[in-house]
Design a protein. Structure first.
Length: 240
């Protein structure tokens, strides 16, 4: 890592130290397992996962990555937490699912494979980097013209703080303490501004809600806490 990398080393260390917990459906990443079916269905309804290549930025242990590969996608997962990637590789191998995993930031992937991916996913990751607009720009660079991009993160307001930091981490213990840093939460308007500044079109912003009692995720209009953005890279326009 160099000081110019868009990486928060404390964040990477946190995810490395939790690496062995990724695939325990009742463990530290339980909410990600529980919301995965609805976010996967959302993505699948808006992009053709079997058309071209897919990249999952900040893939962690590969919960979403592997689920897209199971649907026939040719997926690369990129993350900077080496131990999370070791777990991801092992799990894919044991499950006979083909996924390519690389230790890389979005920026590094964009410098080697710009314009190569018809689908780019970057879920629950932007709130862990030091410069999220730079990550959004790198995702835009990775996308092919006409490609679909999906971002999800956490809104910054008192409700999100109460539910996600106090509620989930400190009262209900459904997330490890210290998982989230409130100051890094991103308002939908801020994320949409970064998405447009990267040359992308915002297609839709939807809320992603999680009920810890029923363990169900759902997609709707309430963007107060967790939310998803579908964006598209414009088709190449050729001056006449
Ligand atoms: N996207 C996955 C995992 C989210 S957890 C899912 O939704 O299931 C956030 C992940 O982002 C962690 O695995 C962490 O290591 C990774 N991450 C944080 N900063 C990163 C960076 N600068 N480059 C790549 N990955 C990063």
């Amino acid at each position: 890592m160099t000081t110019t990398d868009n990486i928060d080393p404390a964040e990477i260390e946190k995810f490395n130290s939790l690496a062995h917990r990724w695939w325990d459906p009742d463990g530290d990443f339980k909410p990600l397992h529980d919301i995965n079916p609805v976010r996967l269905a959302y993505i699948q309804a808006r992009t053709d996962l079997s058309d071209g290549e897919v990249i999952d930025i900040g893939c962690g242990g590969g919960i979403l990555t592997e689920s897209m590969a199971r649907l026939g996608a040719a997926v690369t997962g990129a993350d900077m937490a080496e131990k999370a990637l070791s777990v991801a590789r092992l799990h894919a191998h044991e499950s006979s699912v083909v996924v390519t995993y690389e230790t890389a930031t979005a920026e590094r992937m964009a410098s080697t494979r710009p314009g190569c991916f018809n689908t780019v996913t970057c879920l629950e990751m932007l709130e862990h980097v030091s410069d999220y607009p730079a990550t959004v720009q790198a995702c835009a660079d990775l996308a092919a013209a006409g490609g679909n991009l999906f971002f999800s993160t956490i809104n910054r307001n008192p409700k999100a703080y109460l539910l996600l930091v106090l509620g989930a981490e400190y009262i209900m213990n459904i997330l490890p303490r210290g998982t989230h840093d409130y100051a890094k939460f991103i308002r939908p308007s801020e994320l949409c501004r970064a998405i447009r500044a990267a040359g992308l079109e915002v297609c839709e912003v939807k809320g992603l809600s999680y009920n810890p009692f029923t363990r169900n995720g759902s997609i709707g209009e309430d963007v107060d806490v967790n939310y998803l953005v579908h964006a598209r890279k414009p088709n190449d326009t050729h001056p006449s």
